[in-house]
Design a protein around this ligand. Structure first.
Ligand code: VGL
Ligand code: ZN
Length: 185
């Protein structure tokens, strides 16, 4: 089977208020991923293909936060407005939601401590298309884990934006994904 022939799934990574402009870990122009992702969500659902949304879903106290020894300001605390998906992101009962970061680990990847790999395998998925927030953390780590798990991966550059704690982190993240075997589209 050629890459592209397998059953596909769309993985929408962490398109939550806290990663959008005005949020606690605001990604510049993070909200611009919503329109292209909505087009893909509609297309995948129309073809009966799986759509997964991951969400960063932290407890109020976690070592992921700077206050408790980690890197980040408080963000995406379970049940808060900041943790909600962007209000314009398409919702549908067929979409599977995967929560990550529920303990003290950073859990940047949507595969890390979640059921995602099992869910994809159960549905016969061979190829995943990945977009969302942020390119240099959760999108990158999700792409790298998907490759490690044996999936064909398309990283959707128009549908992702980066935190860029250091200038150029976005380009480095894309290069790392490409070198690991992702198709950058
Ligand atoms: C993320 C920083 C902290 C992400 C999550 O979703 O990319 N970034 N937690
Ligand atoms: Zn987080």
């Amino acid at each position: 089977m050629n890459p592209g022939d397998g059953k596909r799934a769309l993985i929408v990574v962490d398109v939550q208020n806290d990663f959008c402009p005005g949020g606690a870990v605001a990604v510049a122009r993070g909200d611009e991923v919503v329109a292209p992702l909505n087009r893909l969500i509609a297309e995948f659902l129309a073809h009966d293909e799986l759509v997964v949304k991951s969400r960063d879903w932290h407890p109020a106290r976690t070592k992921h936060f700077a206050a408790y020894g980690g890197t980040w300001p408080v963000h995406c605390v379970q049940g808060t407005t900041g943790a909600q998906f962007h209000s314009q992101l398409l919702e549908d009962p067929r979409i599977v939601v995967v929560s990550k970061g529920t303990g003290d680990e950073d859990n940047y990847s949507a595969f890390d401590s979640t059921e995602l790999a099992r869910i994809l395998r159960e549905r016969g998925v061979k190829e995943v298309w990945v977009g969302g927030l942020a390119t240099d953390y959760c999108v990158k780590n999700t792409v790298l884990d998907a490759l490690r798990e044996g999936f064909t991966v398309r990283a959707l550059t128009d549908a992702m934006r980066a935190v860029n704690l250091q200038p150029g982190d976005d380009a480095r993240a894309l290069e790392e994904m490409r070198r690991a075997g992702a198709e950058i589209v």
